[in-house]
Design a protein around this ligand. Structure first.
Ligand code: ADP
Ligand code: MG
Length: 298
């Protein structure tokens, strides 16, 4: 798919995004503190962090990873958690996946408190060589459907074919991972996750270890895929540029322990806009939020 074309369509946004943007524009700007988020006029969030403090207890001490983080992710959003290393991004994602319970506050999916892992939240890992090499693309996508006992063989086969069609890999159903490019392997990994029909896809710095060109191609692939499937994404990164490109909205976290400093609208930005004046201005603004003095909200 032509990325410029994809990005053009991105600029239009979903009705939900348009509503969010309209509400925010009334608030007089794209950046505002968490206390000003105008939630009253919005539909119920899909994934809701409500005053979430997360801690690790070691033998000697308790480490607070995040402090009272409140944010809401809506259906079909690409919400990015952005913050410096060690600010608790991965911990927030693990808590959303249900691997860690909040010390304080609650995380809700569709209004229900999350109490453990579940197939409604799937984590896509960093290494796209996570695909067993001895299984075909089809076999890889079918595997979790069968292993979790969710579907009988015939249904799993049907679901896998449908998802591969959706992500543009129908012609590669019988290929093996080593025959695919990095981007295609990523698509298979995401297809495998989407086949489970999760409510939210969770990605933790998936492109962090890649060279700049591959990283860009992966971002392009991810956006193109979102354009067709419109899944809900919670994506973690410490790169401002990546946050602006990938995200429709960005939650900016303070250094350790992570608090939500601001939320930024980002769906006017895409791969085509990086380097442009608006993009530069947004980058500067976020840089100030991340590394400048505390923002003055209480
Ligand atoms: P990020 O993903 O933003 O880099 P993390 O969520 O990994 O940050 O970590 C947040 C904080 O929690 C850091 O200070 C880190 O040292 C601490 N931490 C992470 N994992 C553990 C653990 N298993 N035990 C103790 N402390 C941890
Ligand atoms: Mg991390």
């Amino acid at each position: 798919m032509n990325p410029a074309h994809v990005l053009q369509r991105h600029a239009i946004g979903t009705p939900m995004q348009d509503l969010l943007r309209a509400t925010r524009e009334q608030e007089g700007g794209a950046v505002f503190g968490p206390e000003k988020v105008p939630t009253a006029a919005l539909p119920r969030p899909l994934l809701d962090f409500d005053g979430v403090s997360l801690e690790y207890a070691t033998d000697q001490q308790v480490v607070r990873a995040t402090h009272r983080v409140s944010l809401s992710v809506f259906e079909a959003e690409r919400y990015v958690l952005l913050g410096p290393s060690g600010c608790g991004k991965s911990t927030l994602l693990k808590a959303a996946a249900g691997f860690i319970a909040p010390r304080e506050g609650q995380i809700r999916l569709d209004g229900q408190a999350i109490t453990g892992p579940g197939p409604d939240r799937i984590v896509v890992f960093q290494e796209f060589d996570q695909l067993p090499p001895w299984k075909t693309v089809l076999g890889n996508v079918m595997f979790p459907l069968r292993a979790t006992g969710r579907l009988a063989r015939a249904e799993a086969l049907e679901r896998a074919h449908a998802v591969l069609e959706q992500v543009g890999l129908a012609d590669f159903a019988n290929a093996y991972p080593h025959q695919l490019s990095g981007g295609m392997k990523q698509r298979v990994a995401i297809a495998r996750a989407l086949a489970m029909q999760p409510r939210v896809l969770l990605m933790d710095e998936p492109f962090a270890s890649l060279d700049a060109l591959t990283r860009r191609r992966m971002q392009e692939e991810l956006l193109a895929l979102w354009e067709t499937v419109r899944f809900t994404l919670l994506f973690v990164t410490h790169s401002i540029e990546e946050a602006l490109v990938v995200g429709s909205r960005i939650g900016v976290l303070s250094p350790h322990p992570g608090r939500l400093r601001a939320e930024i609208q980002a769906h006017e930005f895409g791969l085509g806009s990086s380097g442009g004046p608006a993009f530069q201005a947004a980058t500067q603004r976020i840089h100030g939020l991340l590394f400048g003095p505390e923002t003055p909200h209480p």
